[in-house]
Design a protein around this ligand. Sequence first.
Ligand code: URA
Length: 236
Amino acid sequence: MLVRLQKFLAEAGLGSRRYCETLITGGRVSVNGQPVTVLGAKVDSGKDRVTVAGQPVSIERKIYIVLNKPAGYICTSDDPEGRSRVLDLLPTDLPRLYTVGRLDVNTEGLLLLTNDGTFSLRLTHPRYKMPKTYRAEVAGTLADDQINQLLHGVWSEGELLRAEKIFGVRPVGERTELQLVLREGKNRQVRRMLDGIGCSVRRLVRLSIGSISLGNLKLGEWRNLTNEEVRSLIAN
Ligand code: URA
């Protein structure tokens, strides 16, 4: 597909389109060995060879993955303790991927991974208030006033943390299960809120982000998001 040279350079991660224009007009960009110094040129990202200051530049294929993360796996790519990484659950021939936000090592469930920084920001920045649904199991019972506290806000480390919605509260053996919808995306938010009302979390699973839910994915399994799913998440 033909795209403007400055757009190609920006998508390859060299900087803003404006900055990439200055790279072109400054004579640092060549296409198929020929310097291009005027704006307006178009390139085919699949065919043309683009270099900046002699270094080849390419646009990575964008990848969007949904994974059902098992407990015990970390979201970072390096771990001094040598624990298993969610990246180890994926094929090795994929481009370098990053998790969209994080789940704690002991949290299970829906995790998105991508190499598209704009997509990731769209889903994680608090400004967009992306809804995320969790199922938690806590020890013992849960009183109505504890549920009200979760809805009205629980202070933790100087932040007031709120659940937008609580539903599906039911006893399961010695535990109580509940589902929470959060839109704030604060670090370790569910555990901090439940700790804050005196509940001990025994299990935490993320069920959905926006319109994407775990569906039939088994623990440790993954699949690519469809184009439609990617679009619906961004449009949310
Ligand atoms: N809230 C938490 O406490 N932990 C997670 O992993 C995700 C949300």
